[in-house]
Design a protein around this ligand. Structure first.
Ligand SMILES: [Zn+2]
Length: 113
């Protein structure tokens, strides 16, 4: 596994009938893709409810997430956001360390998406 190569992820897994077409594909880093696996839903740690994961083709990032003040953590703002942060372990130590370097060099967090 390498950080430099992105994976082409099926948002709805092929095993669940997801098609190999633009609307169902996104670029994912290897860690997120591995943690996502076959998941389509996950538990919101705040409410305990199972909710659909964030879909980068249908959902707006800024509605569901924001960056922490120092830019190292992704904060889930909604049930879907919180469940996605937890399920994909978006705040894993490697990601936080990388974001810390990017923030220090002024290229992170992104100004718009
Ligand atoms: Zn990732």
């Amino acid at each position: 596994m390498t950080l430099a190569t992105f994976h082409l992820d099926h948002i709805i897994p092929q095993s669940a009938g997801g098609a190999t077409e633009f609307e169902n594909l996104c670029l994912s880093c290897p860690f997120c893709n591995e943690f996502k696996g076959e998941k389509r839903r996950a538990r919101d740690p705040e409410t305990g409810r199972q909710v659909r994961l964030f879909n980068p083709r249908r959902d707006h990032w800024r509605k569901h997430f924001q960056w922490s003040q120092d830019g190292t953590k992704i904060i889930g703002l909604t049930s879907r956001g919180r469940a996605t942060v937890a399920a994909l372990r978006l705040n894993n130590q490697i990601a936080q360390t990388a974001r810390g370097f990017w923030a220090a060099s002024g290229i992170h967090p992104p100004g718009s998406d």
